[in-house]
Design a protein around this ligand. Structure first.
Ligand SMILES: [Ca+2]
Ligand SMILES: [Ca+2]
Ligand SMILES: [Ca+2]
Ligand SMILES: [Ca+2]
Length: 1199
């Protein structure tokens, strides 16, 4: 960490005062799967050849094996050591060779077995391994196995997945509801056998029955045959489809709206994808390969798998995370293909890399795929200016690199018409062909500028050769000394040869140097390499993070001003980058500085966030606060009408005080018809009578102030109630109010007036409603009872500023800006484009459109800044304590930063962080989801702003329900421990779960209008009354509560938990708040590390100034013994969860043995008392001795 500091200090010095600075530095330490040397494949570049388009030797227009043989010298020239070939087996070519009719023979299009032997011999002589495509899920329906199975030939009856089915009215009634990838039932009736067979893909591709041991054996025989033949490994196609549920259960609906019943995505494929038996089969194949290697003493036969699935389901294809069973040597990493898109920035790139490395178990070898025969070419996906940089990044990152043929010369997509196309799914519909076809990335390789780019001798080619071949071809680029894509690519492959020391030590860290520049630091063995990449289109000069010594340029992109072998001197660590420049540097001193990289025998992945605060004693009250969100309606009812109110809150101020709460957020309490629970306001300056009076509110402010508690109120600026007098006046076109709302005449469509555009409201359906009286449409981004105010009207701006001033004068401590992103709309009222994933939604669903005209507009952001200035001016003019502004924006994370500020102007003091609510949602979430969620926030939120963490609110299911009640303490600890502000929704401190509410009892307007979806969408469950004690109505009211009190209140209530010395959620929560009081606001330097320790345990480690704190959280249901990162030997337990075997204030001596760790952090190697496995639940540890540690000293002593 020391190396980072000088630069950070420099940033602080020029930037600002009293601000925390936090670069995002993800550090991953990688371990070699085997303990010795790197195996041949671990650092290899696998070059994917698409045989049909590589080289045509006999001039029939189709590439072939003899063509590949002819061009092997090209692979050799690049420095390629391994290639994998798309399918070349005998096939009727219904699905481009993925329908195989003979696993043991070559399709005549490509040649013969003899040609393959020749290819292997020549490739091996050149030191190139050859991997073949293995298509295991299905065969062609022309395969003899299938023909015999149809005939029930003995031994083949059950080779495929057969099932009885019925014919009714000439229609097949299939055994269950399964749907094929290519639409319609996955079952096909076969009249001859009078049964149905399963096909997860085309009808001509029947699924093999892997529950039949004969099939398993037959397929293993195929693997052995090809290994005997001399093949070096297999790329296994679509492996996640191998097994299906034994019971043939119907799959549940996905509930993705507007998907036709015969569409693949209509169902949630829990019974046909990623089955446990599927993973087991992959592990068995690995055993076949490993056994073969061992018995025959050959080089490793490698297996790579293709599975487009979630990241959680992807990793087990590698094997179990502890390595006790192994699967593929690597399973394709499609992150760059699927999650990186045109216009990406540094954060997107960082995110993409870190996401993969976070989830990858540290014992496995990473891999990086930029493209393949199923995805558009890199140059076309991102733009030609990115070709070098992306090749550099994939070459630079640790592990296997995969290159699709043509990417090394920067080939773009070819030009193919629907008529010329061959992609079987795409040519069925010529209108969608330009979007859907995969022919563009499959056009012939461009070798030179002769006829047909040298692909053949001039006969028609199966797909047209791209017109660009005259400029873009290998011969033109392969000129010594020329700045070309190809020469950059070649240098990269040479550089990678130095990465073979990975076996000893390998780490990668990712640092965002500025908004547009990222630096990757790779330390392998004794070498240090640095890649610096300017993603933006402007010149950038940045200081890069460095150790010591001069830096030498290894390779730079073809337009760079840096040339190979240029030196950047030790005393000048500034690098000047042109637009899209990327440079790889080598630290010339690292060989002699080798001692800094100690051999690491124990590794784990981790991310480090480093923070520096200057003059932290000057922190304002809100920067260290716990904000407690009160939902007034359900908190405490003082007058027996069943609805919580202001006097109820006043009654409970002592409770807040006793708990340690210093600030509250009150959900909307303004005058309202309560159609949307107070978010439809009729008077912004008055309190709704159900909550009390303005005087009650003033009393609350006074009493809260006496208790040292701040009161933040909701501000609902986007819309009013349709019963607001402003709206009434606007409808009547009263002078001064005509343009208070967003009115529109509508669009004349052939004489009929239609809505002005396609905008959709948050709750579905058009965002426009016709008003008869005014004879115009008005806009409502929410319900039609909530018309949008017109912010282009200066009178509206003034009226709303007036509201803010009014409440500031009354004495509120701040505002939470409701629905901040939607204030302004595009004044042109143009249609919004369809969202990328629009097909997953109903056409009237809000998610169907990209909201580039109605959300996050520049004008909206600037208005937020104006309001911040108004509030800051008020604070300054009146010389009062700081008033704060909090913004609510469920915007993409990359936009969230703008609500904080843009570097010149300030926005919200903080913008609510909804990541724990929106991303840790899967019921099977694991520790990596949580650590990733934390990392992601740090990646996207710019330096200089204070972080914030919340688990839930009145719009999302309760944390105890989402995460499990046994995880309540753990999650409260996480958000209390992380740097920044903690936000708690009332009830979370006692672990309240969702209440039980029926549709008839409910109030949420979007839910009660349709009882069939009530359970799914209602927000009433998290709004049931607070559970104070076990009396009637849980002590919430003496009357009838507006929403029923949860039946769990008898067990889960404050009184039962608030007992001195009792181990309870509430007491844990109180301890956490006390811990924060002593902890949060004191540091000049603060470092946070996030670690996933094994599958279920996470560690958060903070090293502020002279202290050290650690949080260990076991999210699993079994005991775990873990090695964790530490600096000291003796610790004291500060807080332990309700079920923990550890007790508060008990000393723990964890010192057993130590090993050196990266940057001198010491990690406890092994902690295991004989015969005793200790359950480390959630333990917050503080080192016993908090003696001042001289950080400089620590670094120097070990450096
Ligand atoms: Ca040919
Ligand atoms: Ca299957
Ligand atoms: Ca009341
Ligand atoms: Ca608006």
């Amino acid at each position: 960490m020391k190396r980072l500091m000088p630069i950070l200090v420099a940033i602080v010095a020029v930037n600002c005062y009293n601000v925390k600075v936090r670069p995002n530095d993800g550090l991953y330490i990688l371990k070699n799967e085997s303990s010795g040397e790197l195996d041949w494949w671990q650092n290899a570049v696998f070059y994917q050849i698409y045989p049909r388009s590589f080289m045509d030797s006999d001039n029939d227009g189709i590439g072939d094996l003899q063509g590949i043989i002819k061009r092997l010298d090209h692979l050799k020239d690049m420095g390629i050591t391994a290639t994998w070939l798309s399918p070349i087996f005998k096939s009727p070519q219904v699905d481009q060779g993925y329908d195989i009719s003979d696993y043991y023979d070559i399709d005549p299009d490509y040649g013969t077995l003899k040609d393959l032997s020749q290819l292997l011999e020549k490739a091996h002589a050149l030191g190139i391994k050859v991997v073949l495509d293995f298509v295991p899920n299905h065969t062609s329906d022309k395969h003899e196995w299938f023909l015999m199975s149809v005939n029930k030939t003995k031994g083949y009856e059950d080779f495929y997945v057969w099932h009885d089915c019925y014919i009714q009215d000439n229609k097949t009634i299939p055994p269950n509801n399964w749907i094929s990838n290519f639409k319609d039932s996955a079952w096909e009736y076969h009249p001859q056998r009078n049964q149905c067979y399963l096909h997860q893909f085309a009808i001509q591709q029947p699924d093999l029955n892997y529950r039949n041991p004969d099939v398993v054996k037959a397929m293993k025989d195929v693997l052995r045959f090809w290994m005997d033949y001399g093949i070096d490994g297999f790329r296994c196609d679509a492996v996640n489809f191998l097994f299906e549920d034994k019971a043939f259960s119907d799959e549940p609906r996905s509930y993705i709206p507007n998907v036709a019943e015969n569409d693949y995505s209509y169902l949630n494929h829990i019974y046909t994808l990623d089955q446990p038996e599927t993973y087991d089969m992959i592990y068995q194949w690995r055993e076949v390969l490993d056994d073969y290697t061992k018995q025959n003493k050959t080089d490793t036969k490698v297996m790579m798998t293709e599975a487009y699935t979630t990241i959680e389901n992807t990793m087990p294809y590698y094997g179990l995370s502890d390595g006790s069973r192994k699967g593929a040597h690597f399973t394709f990493n499609f992150n760059f293909v699927r999650n990186l898109t045109k216009g990406f920035d540094v954060r997107d790139l960082t995110n993409c890399i870190e996401r993969w490395l976070t989830y990858l178990p540290s014992i496995y070898t990473s891999n990086w795929v930029l493209g393949n025969h199923d995805n558009r070419r890199v140059a076309s996906r991102f733009g030609t200016q990115y070709i070098d940089a992306l090749n550099m990044i994939t070459a630079f990152l640790p592990g296997v690199m995969i290159t699709y043929n043509g990417e090394e010369i920067g080939m773009e997509d070819g030009e193919v018409t629907c008529k010329e196309g061959h992609d079987p799914q795409a040519i069925k519909n010529c209108t969608t062909f330009p979007n859907d076809s995969r022919d563009f990335e499959r056009t012939p390789f461009q070798w030179d500028n002769s006829t047909n780019a040298g692909f053949n001798k001039g006969n028609a080619t199966w797909l047209p050769v791209s017109k660009k071949y005259k400029e873009v071809n290998l011969a033109a680029e392969n000129v010594l000394g020329l700045n070309s894509y190809y020469n950059v690519y070649k240098k990269l492959l040479q550089m990678r040869k130095n990465f073979t020391e990975t076996a000893n030590f390998d780490s990668i860290s990712i640092v965002q140097l500025s908004k547009n520049v990222v630096q990757l630091v790779r330390k392998t063995g004794t070498h240090e390499y640095d890649l610096v990449f300017n993603v933006g289109d402007k010149n950038e000069s940045v200081q890069f993070v460095n150790t010591w010594g001069d830096y030498q340029v290894v390779v730079s992109n073809s337009n760079s001003s840096y040339k190979t072998k240029d030196i950047i001197k030790n005393n000048n660590k500034t690098i000047h980058l042109g637009p899209y420049d990327s440079v790889i540097l080598y630290n010339t001193l690292t060989v002699s500085g080798a001692s800094q990289f100690l051999k690491v025998s124990y590794t784990m992945t981790g991310n480090i966030v480093l923070m520096i605060m200057l003059n932290s004693s000057d922190l304002s009250w809100w920067e260290t606060a716990v904000f407690y969100q009160i939902y007034p309606r359900s908190f405490k009812d003082s007058n027996g009408d069943g609805i919580g109110d202001l006097n109820g809150i006043i009654e409970k101020l002592d409770y807040l005080n006793e708990t340690g709460i210093t600030a509250t957020l009150l959900s909307s309490i303004f005058k309202s018809p309560q159609f949307d629970q107070g978010y439809d306001v009729t008077d912004f300056k008055d309190i709704d009578p159900v909550y009390g009076t303005l005087d009650d509110f003033k009393e609350l402010l006074t009493k809260a102030k006496d208790s040292g508690i701040k009161i933040i109120i909701d501000f609902v600026p986007n819309h009013t109630s349709n019963q607001h007098e402003w709206f009434q006046k606007s409808v009547a076109r009263e002078a001064g109010y005509e343009d208070f709302y967003v009115w529109h005449d509508g669009k004349d469509v052939n004489g009929t007036i239609d809505v002005p555009n396609n905008w959709i409201s948050h709750f579905g359906g058009s965002a426009w409603t016709w008003n008869e009286q005014r004879n115009q449409y008005y806009l409502h981004q929410y319900f039609s009872q909530q018309p949008d105010l017109n912010y282009s009207n200066p009178a509206v701006l003034e009226a709303m500023q007036d509201v803010l001033k009014y409440w500031l004068d009354i004495g509120v401590d701040g505002f939470r800006i409701n629905s901040a992103p939607h204030l302004f709309e595009d004044p042109d009222f143009g249609d919004e484009p369809l969202a990328k994933r629009h097909t997953e939604y109903n056409i009237s669903d809000y998610n169907c459109l990209d909201h580039n005209s109605t959300a996050d507009l520049d004008d909206t952001i600037h208005l937020i800044y104006q309001w911040r200035e108004l509030i800051d001016n008020y604070t300054a003019t009146n010389n009062v304590e700081e008033r704060v502004m909090i913004t609510e924006a469920y915007s993409p994370l990359r936009k969230q930063g703008l609500y904080y500020g843009n570097g010149y102007r300030k926005g919200g003091h903080f913008s609510s962080n909804f990541l724990f609510v929106t991303t840790v949602t899967n019921p099977t979430f694991n520790i990596k989801d949580v650590t990733y969620c934390i990392d992601e926030w740090f990646i996207y939120i710019p330096e200089g702003y204070i972080d914030n963490w919340l688990l839930g609110n009145h719009d999302n299911h309760r944390a105890a329900t989402r995460f499990g009640k046994e995880n309540v303490d753990g999650f409260n600890m996480v958000i209390a421990f992380l740097p920044g502000i903690m936000v708690t929704y009332n009830g979370e401190e006692i672990g309240m779960e969702d209440g039980e509410v029926t549709c008839e009892q409910g109030f949420d307007p979007q839910a009660t209008r349709n009882c069939s979806i009530f359970a799914e969408v209602s927000r009433d469950f998290e709004r049931t009354p607070f559970q104070w004690d076990d009396s009637t109505n849980a002590g919430f009211t003496t009357g009838t509560p507006w929403l029923p009190v949860s039946s769990k209140a008898k067990q889960v209530n404050l009184a039962a938990q608030n007992v001195e010395g009792l181990s309870s959620h509430y007491n844990v929560y109180k301890d956490l708040l006390a811990f924060r009081t002593n902890f949060q606001n004191k540091f000049v330097v603060d470092v946070l590390d996030t670690y996933s320790l094994f599958d279920n345990v996470m560690q958060l480690h903070r090293r502020p100034d002279d202290a050290e704190y650690t949080l260990l959280f076991n999210m699993g249901n079994s005991s775990e013994s873990v090695d964790y990162h530490k600096l000291n030997d003796s610790y004291e337990v500060l807080v332990a969860s309700v079920d923990s075997s550890y007790k508060k204030r008990v000393a723990v001596n964890f010192a057993v043995s130590r090993s050196e760790f990266f940057y001198k952090l010491q990690t406890l190697r092994e902690y295991r008392t004989p015969n005793d496995r200790i359950l480390i639940n959630y333990v917050l540890c503080d080192p016993f001795s908090t003696k001042k540690r001289d950080m400089e000293n620590i670094f120097h002593n070990h450096g």
